[in-house]
Design a protein around this ligand. Sequence first.
Ligand code: MN
Length: 257
Amino acid sequence: MMTSAAAESVALVDAHCHLDLYQDPVAAVEEAERRHVFTIAVTNIPSVFHHTANLARDRVYVRAAAGLHPELVDSHGHELPLLWPLLQVTRYVGEIGLDYSQGDANAFARQRRVFSEILERCALHRGKILTIHSRRAHKDTVEAIGDRYPGRVILHWYTGTLRELERALAYGFYFSVNSAMAASDKGRRILAALPQDRILTETDGPLLKIDGQAARPEQTALIVEHLAGFWRVDPVDARKTILTNFRRLLEESEPAE
Ligand code: MN
């Protein structure tokens, strides 16, 4: 499908991308800028945040997020104190969350302690935008955040039950969806259950591949085209919906003065 010039005039949103993990991160950032893709550049451990912050410096579209990935809690949990000063310098926090796909009950308990502490610190700062991992831990993840979190929550690549999804919607969370979700039955059921005003797009690149290649931020155009077909609207209008959602999320999370 050819993307029309009208569609290309509307900025895209990649709400979850690991820009620091591309072979050429500078080229990835420059492409996101050139193609007008608002990109939340998540990081997996606090000690690499400054690298991504440097990449994002003076960029219009790329924002660096500070995080500690749940699967790295055991190997890098000692870096947790390094996260606190980073909360002074960025509104964006991720990748954080829970992952119960590997490990034992003790490891999951350690993840929950770290996640709760991060949530508490973020709540103190108010206005943070969180991008959250929840693989095989959807219920505990949604519960840990709760319905009073004073900021904005984006559940990234949600693959849980529709029941938890309903709860997350009731708590006001957003969902960032990607091409892999559109390619599976379960993913499509999730897309169908999400109201248009709570959807953002993501690539999770370069970890997620499209046609065997690391997904790049501008390829969020593909999931938008899928959504457009699904919503029976023009791709230009689907892009506008996603961009409106992103802008609303930013406004909603403005810290109170
Ligand atoms: Mn990720």
